[in-house]
Design a protein around this ligand. Structure first.
Ligand code: IPM
Ligand code: MG
Length: 372
């Protein structure tokens, strides 16, 4: 029996390619693991009307961790049009499997470290070392959405909220409502996770990202909760920033920031911004972490236009595997892997197209494996 059971979910598009490169690296590390293939992604939506079938959910209930590649997501109508004919018109609604997975398994932390490795020609500035803690289960991702808007909801909003008046006259399909739901518990645990990380890793500052000046109820709750949590960490500097201003300041002075914590949607946005500062999505690694299960994936999508070419950079996925090693408690292997990635970047001989080179996805995996 292997020490670890790891669900292996390549998904589709370039997901298959970056995962293949990552497997070369994990095999070279001789991680004592059994990798269990799971079905997920666009093909399963088209063929069976479910991109995240029950058998894959069951698999995830019985593993120590999972590695996930990427999957294609399309808006509701475009998704319906691609179903096999038998399944069309049956009211099936496409929802992103990764969003469902985060909610189903309560993977409430989305951890996204963004580090500028020396020698990476894509670094926006040298020395950037940011860590994003993104709330991962609620906020505008709660999935409570209406289009058309039921009359019952419109009547209630008309009674309860004066600012609803201009919308009350609209026909049900002339507007849409997406609920941004933030809870005290959800806000508390993500902010606490960020501060605990800062404490353990001796990081100097945690910046709480919000838009509480306008989105007063839900972001107000997030911000107030963050203040409560921060009071318990007097040795760590706490900073608060509106999401819009933060984007500007982050670009101007990235080194003024350290750990950032945000509700789901703002966290989604700043994680791409931060990833771009350290080389783009080819370097954006991520972990979806709950108390029982953690799923590691690159922050990028399935990039259909590059699929099948084996040209995209697998480093984001390889660094995500490194985060998985940390989560499993394999600190030595994790450090070895990070050193190998850093060495290949610094040497600059093997580079994928995004870095100005012509090496393939798998050649990058092999180069990192050789450094181990
Ligand atoms: C991410 C992605 C996902 C998200 C998409 C693919 C649903 O952008 O992981 O950041 O919005 O969370
Ligand atoms: Mg994103």
């Amino acid at each position: 029996m292997s020490k670890y059971r790891i669900a292996w979910l390549p998904g589709d598009g370039i997901g298959l390619e970056v995962m293949a490169a990552t497997r070369i690296v994990l095999d070279a590390l001789e991680l004592d693991a059994e990798y269990l293939d799971g079905d997920i992604g666009w093909d399963f939506w088209c063929g069976e009307g479910d991109s995240f079938p029950l058998r894959t959910i069951d698999l995830l209930r019985n593993v120590d961790a999972a590695m996930f590649g990427a999957i294609t997501s399309k808006p509701v109508k475009a998704a319906e049009a691609e179903l096999v004919p038998d399944l069309r018109g049956k009211g099936l609604v496409y929802r992103s499997p990764i969003v469902r997975m985060r909610q189903l398994f309560d993977l409430y932390v989305c951890l996204r470290p963004c580090k500028a490795y020396p020698g990476n020609p894509l670094n926006y500035r040298e020395g950037i070392d940011l860590v994003v803690y993104r709330e991962n289960t609620e906020d505008l991702y709660s999935g409570v959405e209406f289009h058309p808007v039921p009359q019952e909801l419109a009547d209630t909003l008309g009674k309860l909220a004066r600012p609803f008046a201009p919308f009350a006259k609209l026909a049900a399909d002339e507007y849409a409502v997406s609920c941004k739901i933030n809870t005290h518990k959800g806000s508390e645990r993500i902010v606490r996770a960020a501060f605990e990380f800062a404490k353990i890793h001796q990081r100097r500052k945690v910046t709480v990202v919000h838009k509480a000046n306008v989105v007063r109820a839900s972001d107000g709750l997030f911000l107030e909760t963050a203040r409560e949590v921060a009071a318990g960490y007097p040795d760590i500097q706490t900073d608060e920033a509106n999401i819009d201003a933060l984007c500007m300041w982050l670009l101007k002075n990235p080194k003024n920031y350290d750990v950032l914590v945000a509700p789901n949607l703002y966290g989604d946005i700043i994680s791409d911004l931060c990833a771009q500062m350290v080389g783009g999505l080819g370097f954006g690694c991520s972990g979806n972490i709950g108390s029982k299960l953690a799923v590691f994936e690159p922050s990028h999508g399935s990039a259909p236009k590059y699929a099948g070419q084996y040209k995209v950079n697998p480093i984001a996925t390889i660094l995500s595997a490194r985060m998985m090693l940390d989560w499993l408690g394999e600190a030595k292997k994790s450090a070895a892997l990070e050193n190998a990635v850093a060495a290949v970047i610094k040497e600059g001989k093997v580079r994928t197209y995004d870095m100005g080179g012509s090496n393939s996805t798998l050649e990058m995996g092999e180069a990192i494996a050789r450094r181990l």
